[in-house]
Design a binder for this molecule. Structure first.
Ligand SMILES: [Zn+2]
Ligand SMILES: [Zn+2]
Length: 74
């Protein structure tokens, strides 16, 4: 899947983390933190509110925090 296909398929994906559920900080040091959508339990990919279960997996689209291709392709 390329970026265009991803955007077409998941138009409601989180624009902050681009579907990854994590955001990378750039300064002053390289950091990775959970995106707000993930903390709120909303799916980063399909945007369904409170869709994530205890295993951090989306009940609606199958987004999984351990899936290596869960976010918008770069
Ligand atoms: Zn997000
Ligand atoms: Zn989802």
């Amino acid at each position: 899947m390329n970026r265009d296909e991803y955007v077409l398929k998941f138009p409601e994906h989180c624009k902050t983390c681009e579907g990854w559920g994590i955001v990378r900080g750039h300064s002053p040091i390289f950091t990775i933190s959970e995106c707000r959508c993930l903390k709120a339990g909303n799916c980063p990919r399909c945007g369904t509110p409170h869709a994530l279960d205890a295993a951090v997996r989306c009940a609606a689209c199958g987004w999984d925090v351990d899936d290596e291709e869960r976010g918008l392709p770069s």
